[in-house]
Design a protein around this ligand. Structure first.
Ligand code: SAT
Ligand code: MN
Length: 591
């Protein structure tokens, strides 16, 4: 205890700004104890053991899943809550129609009422963290105050957490303030508030990932996107992956897809047997911070240090890397259990569930055994395809940016934007079927520009303008592509095999970027012809491939009209260049 107290005192001494803020939060929330997280393995181990002793974490089969634990959330608290997530800027139009807005003083007043006395009987944890390599000029720090040890354990996996982060904060004198309490887990008393002008986040009433691990979506996307706009960079919902060809050259791609649309799988892709010599290196699976580099290229860092991935569907053939990675030292949330206490999920292939995600005897009448948004939290370093470049403070140079959504129709397998400005319109027109990652109906197609609909911390009109302006800061901008792995045929079957075979599409992109792959020019951009793709060893009917690579003029004319209408929601803030791009596409569709 004495050493814990000493370490507490010396950590607090590191940053007066943090200590003062902790003091004021302590007065408001009235915890029984305060614990400053140093971020050591021993500290996290002890925390886990306390949670196991209290029944808040369950141990799993140590022979098969060593070091793994299971958390079960409240059944009403299993996903992000977009309807309860607010961006609180002084002017409502700065948050834009893409966000829910609340006046900052009203939001603070409400949150103060919720936080008042909420930590009585609990421990207040001070969690200093760094988003990005600790020595990167692109990294940014924050401090999360939380009363959830589950959040602490997750933050220790997902960020560079503890003393080094606090030391950096002391040096820089600035940090993002995130205040979180699980409260009563009452959906009626749940809010996720962002104050970008104050670099502050207040979250109450949920313990779920994106609502509660404030370094992730709240800081690294909503607050960071706001900062990035004023500082000349981009904070994006993108995986970063290095692709090494058989000649030994590695090129990096950043790709934006909505939640639960396969970012983790693409980031850890296993090349098909028919593509020997190809290797994949994962830099990140969810978030990219992108900066213009000294050579006029765009450089990316992954602000995170771990993965918070969707479990169902993970198996030896869909994602072998992830399947092996989550065999040890992994925190599972809301999966089912087998009779011998192994975690189980739909699509695991092996084993049978006996206990469902809510701890009840499994009965198919109650729905799936694992929650469709059940998650694994695991350190990125355990990924067999983890790239050492993820630690490079300069980041990695990006050759191609890829946008994609989950769409049964309209969008072809892949197409390439004409130039950067067209690429911005391609990104802005991403549409996707909703998934279990957010509360609400699943399978509804909605616009999700740059896969940032739930995460852009400011008005999309201004965001697109910022994206356009980034083009002029880059003498060698990445090529921009759009993909759709989820096209279905008339029988509802997926037309493209996806997973490892997506590498064939990535290969074409990299060849385009290097100037040595062909394509046909279409109204919406450049499409590969079947012969432009590496199809060796791929079992696909020629007609299916043809259909995947053809655009339907009528459907696309409608798509452009829909897009125009969508842009109108943002009124005068939409850069005129975007409407001009749509006019150009329209004209070509009609020609
Ligand atoms: O809940 S998270 O936002 O962390 C995961 C996701 O929805 O992408
Ligand atoms: Mn995500």
């Amino acid at each position: 205890m004495a050493t814990a107290q000493q370490s507490l005192a010396s950590l607090a001494d590191l940053s007066r700004g943090v200590a003062e803020w902790v003091q004021s939060v302590k007065q408001l929330t009235q915890p029984d104890h305060v614990h400053w997280c140093a971020g050591t393995d021993a500290e996290i181990e002890q925390l886990k053991q306390q949670m196991v002793a209290r029944g808040e974490l369950l141990t799993l089969n140590e022979d098969v899943f060593p070091g793994c634990l299971l958390a079960r959330s409240d059944p009403s608290d299993v996903a992000r809550v977009e309807h309860l997530t607010f961006v609180c800027t002084a002017k409502p139009e700065d948050a834009g129609p893409n966000n829910h807005w609340m006046d900052p003083s009203e939001a603070h007043r409400r949150m103060r009422n919720l936080f008042r006395g909420c930590m009585k009987g609990r421990t207040l944890y001070v969690v200093p963290y760094c988003m990005g390599p600790i020595d990167s000029p692109y990294s940014r720090c924050g401090v999360e105050i939380t009363d959830s040890p589950y959040v602490v354990v997750n933050m220790a996996l997902m960020t560079r957490m503890g003393r080094p982060a606090l030391e950096r904060i002391a040096r820089e004198g600035t940090f993002v303030k995130g205040l979180h309490s699980t409260g009563e887990l009452d959906p009626e008393r749940r809010f996720i508030m962002h104050f970008p002008e104050e670099l502050a986040i207040e979250s109450y009433g949920s313990g779920y990932g994106g609502n509660a691990l404030l370094g992730k979506k709240c800081h690294a996307l909503r607050i960071a996107s706001w900062q990035a706009r004023s500082e000349g960079w981009l904070a994006e919902h993108m995986l970063i992956v290095g692709i090494q060809n058989p000649q030994g050259e590695t090129h990096y791609i950043a790709a934006a897809f909505p939640s639960a649309c396969g970012k983790t799988n693409l980031a850890m892709l296993i090349p098909p047997d028919s593509m020997p010599g190809w290797k994949i290196f994962t830099v990140g699976d969810d978030i990219a911070w992108l900066h213009p580099g000294p050579d006029g290229r765009l450089y990316a860092i992954n602000p995170e240090a771990g993965y918070f991935g969707v479990v169902p569907g993970t198996n030896e053939s869909t994602n072998r890397n992830a399947y092996h990675m989550i065999r040890r030292d992994t925190l599972f949330t809301n999966v089912a259990l087998t009779a011998d206490r192994q975690p189980w999920w739909e699509g695991r292939v092996n084993g049978e569930p006996t206990i469902d995600w809510q701890g009840r005897p499994f009965d198919p009448k109650n729905g799936p055994a694992a929650h469709p948004n059940s998650r694994f939290t695991v350190a990125a370093k355990l990924n067999p395809s983890y790239s050492p470049a993820a630690e490079d403070p300069r980041g990695v140079p990006i050759s191609a940016i890829v946008f994609g959504g989950r769409r049964r129709e309209v969008a072809p397998l892949v197409y390439e934007a004409r130039d950067w400005a067209h690429g911005v319109v391609v990104g802005a027109s991403v549409a996707s079927e909703t998934t279990a990652a957010a509360t609400g109906q699943v399978g509804i197609v909605r616009r999700d520009p740059m896969a940032m609909k739930p995460f852009a911390g400011y008005n999309f009109g201004d965001y697109w303008r910022h994206w356009l302006s980034m083009g002029s800061r880059l003498s060698k901008p990445p090529r921009v592509f759009h993909v759709n792995w989820f096209r279905r045929d008339a029988d509802g079957k997926f037309m493209w095999p996806g997973f490892g075979d997506n590498l064939r599409v990535l290969e074409w992109m990299l060849k385009r970027a290097a100037g040595n792959a062909d394509a046909t020019d279409s109204a919406i951009g450049a499409l590969p012809r079947p012969e432009d793709l590496n199809l060796k060893g791929l079992d696909i009917a020629p007609q299916t491939l043809q259909d995947l690579l053809t655009i339907d003029r009528t459907a696309w004319t409608q798509e452009v009209a829909d897009m125009r209408e969508y842009l109108n929601e943002f009124g005068a803030r939409v850069p005129p260049e975007m409407r001009a791009e749509l006019d150009r596409i329209d004209k070509r569709l009609k020609a």
